[in-house]
Write a new protein. Sequence first.
Length: 94
Amino acid sequence: MLEDYLKVMGLIKEAGEIRTRKRVQKLVYLLQQRGAPFNEHFGLNYYGPYSNELQIELDQLQEANLIDQKFEEGSYFYRLQNSVKNLLKKKNHR
């Protein structure tokens, strides 16, 4: 379970920022289809692939102040909290 959260945070870290919930869902789905080790289960929704598990993970990461989930200009966007970015930088320098 912790591994799933770390994978989602790693995706957001690599992207820098991901705009829209649909884009996060599609990115994880497409990466999973290409063999990336994401464990979320997807079903088809009106706007494409959707994982309730992934949305719960995103909400919980936001509640734990690990990612920013902001609503601007009619859509959500996601980025890592600065404290998490700094922690990851320190970890990578060791």
